[in-house]
Design a protein around this ligand. Structure first.
Ligand code: PRP
Length: 215
C-alpha cells in the first residue's frame, strides 16, 4: 500500500483540522509535538504522511501531486486557481471575503468610479470588480494589515477577510459589500482521486458522517 500524503496549512487551522481528522482515524501523534522542527510526519500503521506548509502553497502541492490531499481556506483556493478537486467543506474557520472601507466609500462603489483597492487577494478582487461588478479599479497588492490602506490613504477600499469584524470596527471601517463566504475545504489531486479512490473516498464519507452528525 502506498502512502497517502496530506498537506495542512500551518497555523490556526492545522490544530482544528487534525482534531476532525483524528475522529475518523486519520491520526498523527508526532505532528502534535509543538517543539519539533520536523516538516513531515508519518503514520506507518495507516500509511499516511502529513506535512505543514504555508497556506498559499497548499494548492500548488496538491495540483502537482506532491500531496494527495490538502486542507486549506476557500480564499486560498480561489486566489491560487489551481487544478484540483474541492471535495468537502470542513466548516472550520468560517469567515467572509468582503469589500470594506470607510462608510463614505459606499458611494464610490455604487457609481462605479475608478478607485484603488488594496488586498492580499488580487485575483479574487479582480474577478469581483471586473467580472461581477464590471467596475474598472486599480488593484494594489499588500501582504498584511490590509486595513491600514484606506486609513493612510493608499486606497479607497480593501478586499479582505472579515471574521468577527473587530479589526474593521477598531479602525473605523465597515463592510461595504460581501463577496463570498469562506471556510476550510478539503482538496484532492485529480490523479490521486482516481488511483486511490477507495481510501480517499472512505475518508471523505467518514468525515461527512462526523460533520453532519455535529449539526
Ligand atoms: C485577518 C484579516 C483581517 C482580520 C479579520 O488578518 O486579514 O485583518 O484577520 O478578523 P476579524 O474580523 O476577526 O477582526 P490576519 O490576522 O490573518 O493578519 P494579516 O492579514 O494582517 O496578515
Amino acid at each position: 500500500m502506498r502512502y497517502i500524503t496530506i498537506a495542512l496549512a500551518k497555523g490556526r487551522l492545522a490544530h482544528s483540522t487534525l482534531e476532525i481528522l483524528e475522529k475518523v482515524g486519520v491520526t498523527c501523534e508526532e505532528i502534535k509535538d509543538k517543539s519539533s522542527r520536523r516538516l513531515i510526519f508519518t503514520n506507518e500503521e495507516r500509511k499516511l504522511k502529513f506535512f505543514l506548509a504555508k497556506a498559499s502553497d497548499i494548492p500548488t502541492y496538491v495540483e502537482y501531486g506532491a500531496a494527495d490531499i490538502g486542507v486549506v481556506g476557500k480564499d486560498t483556493i480561489l486566489e491560487e486557481g489551481r487544478k484540483m478537486y474541492e471535495v468537502l467543506d470542513l466548516g472550520l474557520g468560517k469567515c467572509r471575503m468582503c469589500v470594506a472601507g470607510p462608510a463614505s466609500a459606499k458611494e464610490l462603489l455604487q457609481h462605479g468610479e475608478l478607485i484603488r483597492v488594496a488586498t492580499k487577494y488580487p485575483n479574487i478582487a479582480k474577478d469581483y470588480f471586473y467580472n461581477k461588478k464590471h467596475q474598472t479599479v486599480e488593484i494594489i497588492k499588500l501582504n498584511g494589515s490590509i486595513e491600514l490602506a484606506p486609513i493612510v490613504g493608499l486606497s479607497e477600499v480593501i478586499v479582505d477577510i472579515v471574521e468577527t469584524g473587530s479589526t474593521l470596527r477598531e479602525n473605523g471601517l465597515v463592510v461595504l459589500e460581501e463577496i463570498i463566504d469562506l471556510s476550510a475545504r478539503m482538496v484532492v489531486n485529480e490523479v490521486s482521486m482516481k488511483m486511490e479512490h477507495e481510501r480517499i473516498n472512505k475518508m471523505i464519507t467518514d468525515l461527512k458522517a462526523i460533520l453532519y452528525k455535529q449539526k
